[in-house]
Design a protein around this ligand. Structure first.
Ligand SMILES: Cc1ncc(COP(=O)(O)O)c(C=O)c1O
Length: 359
C-alpha cells in the first residue's frame, strides 16, 4: 500500500450482530474513514476513527444544495477466510467522473483504494462468513462549507462507512429469485445533459415517487424509460437492465443518462469472453413486446452490486402484464451469477485481475 493513514481505535467495540439475520444498512462497523479537502490544502487529515455521528452546522452547503455523491461496493470473505474486494479501482474512477460533474475535487485512485483496504482490514472481523453475506462499503463525499448561497463549495469531506449485509437470495446463495418490475411511463430519472451517469443522492430522491408506484403495483422495482420519448429502456432501480433477444444480449448505451455499473461492465466483459453476442444500444418497449410476442425474448435480468444478477420474471407496463420465462430464472442469468459471485468469493479463479486481496 502506498498510502497509510493513522488509526484511532475505538475503546468501546460494539457487539456484532447475528450474521445469519442481517438487515441491509442497519448495523455499522466500529470504525470509519474521514478526510477533508480545502482549496488551500487539497486532501488532508485522512484518518480511521471510531464510527460515530458527524456534527454539522445548519448552514452546511450539502443540506441545502445537495452537492454530494456516494459509492457502493463490497468486501467478501472466501471459504479459506481471506477478505477481498471486487474491482475497487472502478469505484474510484466512477467517483472521479461523478465529482467532475458535481464540481467536487477528484481523489487519487490509489489513495481511495488504499483508504478502503485499510479500513476493511481494521474492521475485518465484521466481514461475515455465511454464504451470500458480505461487508457493504459506502464511500461518500459532501460539501461541508458553511455558507448559504448557490456556488461550488470550497470545502468537502470524504467519509467511508461499512455494514455487514445479509444474503440477498436467502440461505441458499446460489438460488436466484425472479423479480417483478414496474415500467415507469410518467416520471423520469435522468435527462440528457443531467446527472444520470453520476452517483448523486438527488437521482435517488427523484426516484422515490416511482418506487411508491412500483410497490402499489406489487412490483419490486422501477424500469426507467428515456426522458424524451418515454420509449427506450434505460435502467432498473439501482441496477442496469439486460434483455436477451434471439441469443443476443442487449443493454442501454452509456450516453449519460444511466449509471455505468461495474457489474454491467463485468457482465459485458464476460459475455464477450464467452463469445456471446452483445449490443449496447437503444431498445424500445415496442421492440421488447414484439420479441415477447414472437417468442424471441429469452431473458431479462438486472445487474448491480447488491444482488449481482437479478432475473426479471414479470414486467408491468401500462395495461400489460408480461410474464418472462414463465416467471422463472434464465440460464444465462444463473451462469453470470455463478461466475461473478464465484469470482467475488474466491470460488472461481480470477483470470481477469478483478480481485484485490485485503487480508
Ligand atoms: C442507478 C444505478 N444503476 C446501476 C447500478 C449498478 O451499478 P454497480 O454494478 O456498480 O453496482 C447502481 C448501483 O450502484 C445504481 O444505483
Amino acid at each position: 500500500m502506498t498510502y497509510k493513514f493513522p488509526v484511532f481505535k475505538t475503546e468501546n467495540p460494539k457487539a456484532k450482530p447475528d450474521f445469519s439475520k442481517l438487515a441491509f444498512g442497519r448495523n455499522f462497523t466500529d470504525h470509519m474513514f474521514t478526510m477533508s479537502w480545502s482549496k488551500e490544502e487539497g486532501w488532508h487529515d485522512g484518518k480511521i476513527v471510531p464510527y460515530g455521528p458527524l456534527s454539522l452546522d445548519p448552514a452546511t452547503a450539502v443540506l441545502h444544495y445537495a452537492q454530494e455523491m456516494f459509492e457502493g461496493m463490497k468486501a467478501y470473505r472466501t471459504a479459506e477466510g481471506q477478505v477481498q474486494l471486487f474491482r475497487p479501482d472502478m469505484n474510484a474512477k466512477r467517483t472521479n467522473k461523478t465529482n467532475d460533474r458535481m464540481c467536487m475535487p477528484n481523489i487519487d485512485e490509489e489513495m481511495y483504494v488504499d483508504a478502503i483496504k485499510q479500513l476493511v482490514e481494521v474492521d475485518q472481523d465484521w466481514v461475515p462468513n455465511i454464504p451470500g453475506t458480505s461487508l457493504y462499503i459506502r464511500p461518500f463525499m459532501f460539501a461541508d462549507e458553511v455558507a448559504i448561497g448557490v456556488h461550488p463549495a470550497n470545502h468537502f469531506k470524504f467519509v467511508v462507512i461499512m455494514c455487514p449485509v445479509g444474503a440477498y437470495y436467502g440461505s441458499d446463495a446460489r438460488k436466484l429469485k425472479a423479480t417483478s418490475i414496474f415500467v415507469e411511463d410518467e416520471y423520469v430519472r435522468a435527462v440528457p445533459g443531467g446527472t444520470g451517469f453520476a452517483k448523486v443522492g438527488g437521482n435517488y430522491a427523484a426516484s422515490l415517487k416511482s418506487f411508491e408506484k412500483a410497490s402499489a403495483h406489487g412490483c419490486d422495482q422501477t424500469l426507467w424509460l428515456d426522458a424524451i420519448e418515454r420509449k427506450y429502456v434505460e435502467e432498473i432501480g439501482t441496477s442496469n437492465a439486460f434483455f436477451v433477444i434471439n441469443g443476443t444480449v442487449i443493454t442501454a448505451p452509456l450516453h449519460g443518462t444511466i449509471l455505468p455499473g461495474i457489474t454491467r461492465d463485468s457482465v459485458l466483459t464476460l459475455l464477450r469472453k464467452w463469445g456471446i453476442p452483445t449490443e449496447e444500444r437503444k431498445l424500445s418497449m415496442d421492440e421488447l413486446f414484439e420479441a415477447a410476442k414472437d417468442g424471441s425474448l429469452d431473458e431479462v435480468f438486472a445487474t448491480g452490486t447488491a444482488a449481482v444478477i437479478s432475473p426479471v420474471g414479470r414486467l408491468v407496463y401500462k395495461e400489460h402484464d408480461l410474464i418472462i420465462k414463465d416467471g422463472g430464472v434464465g440460464e444465462l442469468a444463473q451462469k453470470l451469477y455463478d461466475n461473478i459471485y464465484g469470482l467475488q468469493t474466491g470460488a472461481v479463479a480470477d483470470d481477469m485481475g478483478w480481485i484485490v486481496k485485503v487480508c
